[in-house]
Every structure is written in structure tokens, then in C-alpha cells.
Design a protein around this ligand. Structure first.
Ligand code: GJV
Length: 427
């Protein structure tokens, strides 16, 4: 899993080349096209720089820019995936312990195999990103597959080979160490199983590796586990979090620190908050699915931009502090027998290690039952840093004025201006 990186370079003006199109979202941003050359005057933060293009000034996302002299371009491709860091982090037990100890997650995969044990008989399975091999071992011990190919790029693969032997599965499970994109497998497979889901589903974009493996190794008519993946959202209150990060500055120790509040908003609310535990009572209404991916038809190119729409009808009075997002995945039966199992990482299901992801607005809005929060959300993959993305929300709130005397002719509803906020995750 990837960490935020800081950029500690000097702030003298320098020319940069834009590597992809960018359209400005807020008033202070600057639009540009791939190939444009712009002058960066100040590196305000690691993500947003103050720049000039053909006489206009504005903020630009630093990750879309490359130095004009183009140094370190040779390593660009590898670096863009941060594979050394990524697979390095999966080479130790820390993350595997977290995933294995996550009962709802691991138990769902176990149940999927149990319920398909008959159908798996004599089939060939690819377990992509097998880690310690738990899913492969479930296959070998709970069903009777012909073979299981367990693929793992990190150093953990060496331990996985031992685990397979120690559990008496070496006749069925074969461990391959390497990136699936670069490996030769003995044959095509009937089932491609993988646990690839990152924060907010897409972060890390391991899903791209899954799609490559599908196109290369899954037989015609083979099955994908999970079969579909869905991103769900809800507008929510986050009073404690708001007070902890921004409300705090109002009056600490009897002093007026409130001038720091804009800075606090910028620092704490400009990125999503991972591992957020949304309390069901903080949901302002019922959640809604915004994006669903069909793992059989999804294409790598689709991942560049995914858009969803929402229309939430507020059910309780409160403060609209932000949106919370999470995902669920569904598993269909091997024989198309429909038997669907779901792993849901939302606030109304058993907690998982993913928890939820919170996107805080800059200012809280008071809402009442019947108010409509309508808009869209777009997931744009970072054109340079391939495991990262930005998420842009656009929304407006319409409220019908309270004293609803049924008499008055037209709707007295007022609609707020369209608001927009973009969250880098992480670059
Ligand atoms: N080839 C082989 N192993 C991989 C690949 C790949 N292309 N990509 C990821 N892995 N749910 N967010 C491995 C990685 O080393 C790790 O052990 C596992 O797959 C991902 C674990 C789940 N991460 C997630």
C-alpha cells in the first residue's frame, strides 16, 4: 500500500511540460492540454502549484507535469507504478496479517469456494496476488480442482511455497513468483479469483493486472471472482472529525486561534480520509450505488475515467459534512447457477480492514428531511502515477421551504449553486 510522498524542492520558477489534459474545476485552477509548456512560479503544496500559461495564472496539479529538461524519463514507466515500494510492502507479514485477520473478507472467499465445491471439481484456478496463498489453500482443501496456479510478485511467494507443502497441497497448488503480466502459466484457466480491492475500491489499481490476466489466461466462458464490484456512497455527518480537525481552532485554552481554520481545512480536508468508521446514525439518508463494474466486460481503458450520478433525499435534519464511500463485491456461481455471495464493506455490515473513506466538504451545510443532494462523482486515474487517482464531486442541494402549505402554486424550492471539490488520492 502506498504512502503519501512529500515534495521538498525549491520554489524558483521553472518550465514544465504538461503530460495530459486537465480541465480546471474551481475558480483558481488553470486548464491545460497535453504538450503545453507552463511556468511554475510557486510550489504551494506537493500537489498544487501556482503556474502561468499564455498569460493566465492558476493552480495546476503537479502530478500532470514533467520538468522541461525531462530528466529521469527512462525510469518513468517503472516508477509510475511504484512497484518496488508496492511489492516491497507485501513482502512482509504486516499487510497479510491485516488481510487474513479480516474475517468478513477472508470468510467470504472461503464461502465462495465451499458453495462451488462441486462445480470446481476438475477445474483449473488462477489465484492472482495470492499473498500467503490462503485462497489457493481453500480451493485445494475444500474442493477438488485439477490445479491451482497461485501467482504472487512479492517476496512472500517464497513463504507461500512452504505453506503449500506444510498443508499437503503441493500436488494441486503451484506457486509462481512474479508479476502476472510477465509470467507464463501452463494453461488457461476456468476460474480467476483475486482479492484486488483497494481503498475506495480502485486505489492501487491492481484491478488492471486482473484484467490483463483475464484477457490472457481465462478460458472462454470462465468465471471471474469477484464477478462485479460496486462503489456506494452516502452524504453524512462527521461532527467529531470536523471538531477534531477544524472546530479545535476556535478557542483552544481560551485563545482565539480561528484564523488557522482555513489552513486546517486545506491541510486536513483536501484529501480523503481512509479507514474512516462511519456510524450508521451519521448517514443522512439511505446509501446509493454510484458505479458498478462488471469484471467480465470491464476494459483497462475504462479505468481512466469512471463516472457515477447520485440523487440523495435527506431523511434527517443535521449537518452535511461530507460524503462517505465504500465498496462491495459480488461472486456468481461457476455454473451460472446464480448463487451470489457478497462482501460488503459498508457501515451497515460487519467491519472490514478497509473500513470506509470520508470526503469532507470545506463547509458544513445544514440540511433537513426532503432536501435533495444531487450530482455526480468522477474517478480520474492519475495519468502519471498509475496507482493513484483524483475523485471529483459535483453537487447541488435543493430544499423546499419548510412551511409546506399545499396551497402555493409552484414549488418554493431553492437550489444551491453547483459545488465542486476534487480530492487527490494520493497524487
Ligand atoms: N502480479 C502478481 N502479484 C500481484 C500483482 C501482480 N500484477 N499485483 C498485486 N499482487 N486488495 N489492495 C500481489 C501483491 O504483492 C499482494 O500480495 C497482493 O497481490 C494484493 C493483496 C491485496 N491488495 C488489495
Amino acid at each position: 500500500m502506498l504512502q503519501e510522498r512529500s515534495n521538498s524542492e525549491d520554489d524558483t520558477s521553472e518550465e514544465f511540460v504538461c503530460v495530459a489534459d486537465f480541465s480546471a474545476n474551481g475558480g483558481n485552477q488553470l486548464s491545460f492540454s497535453a504538450g503545453d509548456k507552463l511556468m511554475v512560479h510557486e510550489r504551494i503544496s506537493s500537489d498544487w502549484w501556482w503556474a502561468e500559461l499564455r498569460g493566465s495564472f492558476g493552480y495546476v496539479p503537479s502530478s500532470y507535469l514533467q520538468p522541461e529538461n525531462g530528466h529521469a524519463v527512462e525510469n518513468e514507466e517503472e516508477d509510475a507504478w511504484q512497484d518496488e515500494e508496492y511489492f516491497g510492502s507485501y513482502g512482509t507479514l504486516k499487510l497479510h496479517l491485516e488481510m487474513l485477520a479480516d474475517k468478513p473478507r477472508t470468510e467470504t472467499y472461503r464461502q465462495v469456494i465451499l458453495r462451488n465445491r462441486e462445480a470446481l471439481k476438475g477445474r483449473v484456478v488462477l489465484d492472482l496476488g495470492c499473498g500467503t496463498g490462503v485462497i489457493s489453500l481453500f480451493c485445494a482443501t475444500l474442493a477438488e480442482p485439477e490445479a491451482v496456479y497461485a501467482v504472487e510478485a512479492s517476496a512472500m511467494a517464497e513463504h507461500t511455497k512452504t505453506l503449500v507443502k506444510d498443508n499437503g497441497c503441493e500436488g494441486v497448488v503451484r506457486v509462481f513468483r512474479g508479476r502476472v503480466e510477465e509470467l507464463e502459466l501452463p494453461e488457461r484457466v476456468d476460474v480467476l479469483v483475486s482479492e484486488w480491492m483497494g481503498n475506495c475500491l480502485l486505489f492501487e489499481y491492481m484491478v488492471e493486472s486482473v484484467l490483463h490476466a483475464r484477457d490472457r489466461w481465462l478460458k472462454e466462458g470462465g468465471v471471474m471472482w469477484p464477478t462485479r464490484a460496486t462503489i456506494t456512497m452516502v452524504p453524512c455527518e462527521a461532527t467529531d472529525y470536523f471538531n477534531e480537525k477544524v472546530g479545535f481552532w476556535d478557542n483552544p485554552y481560551g485563545l482565539d486561534f480561528s484564523c488557522l481554520k482555513p489552513l486546517a481545512r486545506q491541510e486536513f480536508f483536501s484529501r480523503p480520509k481512509f479507514s474512516y468508521d462511519l456510524q450508521p446514525q451519521d448517514c443522512l439518508c439511505a446509501p446509493s450505488d454510484v458505479i458498478t463494474l462488471n469484471m467480465h466486460t470491464l476494459q483497462v481503458s475504462d479505468l481512466e475515467r469512471l463516472q457515477g450520478e447520485f440523487s440523495f433525499s435527506v431523511e434527517k435534519a443535521g449537518f452535511f459534512h461530507g460524503f462517505t464511500a465504500w465498496f462491495s463485491v459480488g461472486f456468481y456461481g461457476v455454473e451460472g447457477n446464480g448463487a451470489v455471495l457478497t462482501l460488503d464493506t459498508g457501515p451497515h455490515s460487519a467491519p472490514t480492514h478497509w473500513k470506509q473513506t470520508l470526503f469532507m466538504l470545506d463547509t458544513a451545510v445544514t440540511v433537513r428531511p426532503g432536501d435533495l443532494v444531487r450530482g455526480s462523482v468522477v474517478f480520474i486515474r492519475n495519468p502519471v502515477w498509475r496507482r493513484h487517482l483524483t475523485i471529483t464531486f459535483q453537487w447541488s442541494i435543493s430544499s423546499s421551504s419548510s412551511s409546506s402549505s399545499s396551497s402555493s402554486s409552484d414549488d418554493d424550492s431553492t437550489q444551491s449553486q453547483v459545488q465542486t471539490k476534487t480530492f487527490p488520492m494520493w497524487r
